[in-house]
Ligand binder design. Structure first.
Ligand SMILES: Nc1nc2c(ncn2[C@@H]2O[C@H](COP(=O)(O)OP(=O)(O)OP(=O)(O)O)[C@@H](O)[C@H]2O)c(=O)[nH]1
Ligand SMILES: [Mg+2]
Length: 440
């Protein structure tokens, strides 16, 4: 028996009354306090985790409707959210559900939790962290299969750290899309670490490797504050996921209450502008574009002007991935960077290179090209879901010492998540028991 029906029993003797949504919300309206008190008690007694709270308020809700809005308002109120903020959150979510044509809780529950976590600044909480870990782990299944299984075989097939062991390990790294140079480097680093720590048994190399990977992903702290509006330039070759990643980042920013502008400086294809416009509408961001074939630098200039004058918090500039030549592409990016900086000091504050994990080694050469020609502050690795080539994350981080800020784990808006190198290392090389727990 669900929560609501047991509460209902307290004040309605008619146990067998059909549990229709309409009658439930009428009942609730007639006797709000009793239901509210019980719900408050349930929430207070529950383990303080967003997923549990959401589970409680959604227990007898199966689709979008008044009952859902009431429950959400209730939860937000219980968490101390101001009335108008809560109303805005709910309106926003309602609009989004309509645009996406989602009705059933199953279709949007995960997105709802994601939005709540962002809006309530709970993304760093244990609960969200473990949800993220699980999601990353599921996305990395194929990469892990490629990597972990062979590593296990290698570790159990050798009894000492001899040349043959190291050679096989190097080969394995190359096969796992780490690339030749990084594979060599990694083996050298491991040898050194093993020597330092006096490790002689192959099975202990697992821990060393995990530590080494964690270290590769560790990047120095940087100043993250900017003079608003923050200007983010999205770069990368065609098809890697720049436009969808902008949508996902804009969505995150909107959920954090930011005023967002998106500019279509990819004027190369008509469909590109249209695609970006659709995404901007979906996530509730403002949009600036000109006609196809317009000068991308002019679009960028107007957009940054608009962002400054309109008190925007953040501007995302989408760029084309394909031009006639590499030289053209790089020249265009240089021009865009120049006009942005001219109009707004410090802009672009972040140049994000998007690379596609499924392309494996290509991601490395793209990073090299863009780093030399245009400058990169952060990497975003998309399509990590379902690929066996996730090892490339280690290779790019190692080769170019650039932070991976986000990873794309699917096509949905909620599928872009902050990257955590320790999690990545743990997932690839986790303890046996941990892996069994995850796959159970
Ligand atoms: N599975 C999966 N698909 C993704 C991910 N990120 C993007 N995609 C898909 O990749 C395809 C290309 O994405 P776009 O955002 O259009 O790529 P783009 O870099 O803007 O492409 P151009 O504008 O042609 O240069 C789309 O079908 C996306 O849905 C991801 O993390 N996982
Ligand atoms: Mg695009």
């Amino acid at each position: 028996m669900g929560f609501f029906s047991s509460i209902k029993k307290l004040w309605n003797k008619d146990d067998d009354a059909p549990q229709q949504e309409a009658s439930l919300s009428q009942d609730a309206a007639a006797t709000p306090s009793l239901e509210d008190d019980a719900l408050t008690l349930r929430l207070r007694e529950a383990e303080p985790r967003l997923s549990i709270w959401l589970g409680i308020i959604l227990e007898d809700v199966d689709k979008a409707g008044d009952l859902l809005w009431e429950r959400l308002a209730f939860l937000l109120h219980s968490l101390g959210t101001a009335e108008e903020e809560s109303a805005r959150f709910i309106d926003d979510f309602k609009g989004w559900l309509e645009r996406m044509e989602y009705v059933h809780v199953d279709e949007f529950r995960s997105e709802l939790q994601y939005r709540l976590a962002l809006a309530l600044e709970l993304e760093d909480e244990e609960d969200e962290r473990s949800r993220l870990f699980l999601k990353l782990s599921q996305s990395l299944t194929r990469t892990r299969e490629q990597f972990s299984r062979q590593i296990n075989a290698l570790f159990s097939g050798h009894t000492e750290l001899d040349d043959q062991f190291w050679e096989e390990l190097e080969e394995l790294f190359i096969m796992a899309d780490l690339g030749y140079e990084p594979a060599l480097q990694l083996v050298e680093r491991l040898k050194e670490r093993a020597l330092q720590k006096g490790i002689t048994s192959p099975k202990d190399v697992r821990d060393l490797l995990r530590e080494e990977i964690e270290e590769i992903f560790r990047t120095p702290r940087r100043i993250t504050t900017v003079n608003p509006p923050e200007v983010v330039l999205m770069i990368g070759v065609n098809g890697v996921g720049k436009t969808t990643t902008i949508a996902k980042l804009a969505h995150r920013a909107r959920m954090q209450g930011k005023k967002v502008l998106i500019a279509a400086a990819d004027t190369f294809r008509a469909a590109a502008v249209e695609q970006l416009k659709v995404w901007a509408d979906r996530v509730g961001a403002d949009f600036h574009a000109k006609t196809t074939g317009a000068d991308p630098a002019a679009v960028a200039f107007e957009a940054v002007e608009m962002a400054v004058n309109g008190n925007y918090d953040i501007l995302f500039v989408d760029t084309a991935g394909r031009l006639q030549t590499k030289v053209n592409l790089m020249d265009e990016l240089t021009k865009i960077r120049q006009v942005l900086g001219k109009k707004h000091p410090g802009a672009p504050h972040r140049s994000l290179l998007v690379i596609d994990a499924t392309t494996g080694q290509n991601a490395l050469s793209q990073t090299k090209l863009f780093k030399e020609a245009a400058g990169i502050d952060e990497l975003i690795l998309t399509k990590l879901d379902g690929t066996a080539k996730g090892g490339v994350a280690i290779a790019v981080a190692m080769q170019y010492a650039l932070p991976i800020s986000y990873v794309g784990l699917g096509e949905k808006l909620e599928d872009l998540r902050p990257f955590n190198g320790d999690d990545f290392a743990r997932i690839l090389l986790g303890e046996k028991e941990e892996m069994e727990d995850l796959t159970a």
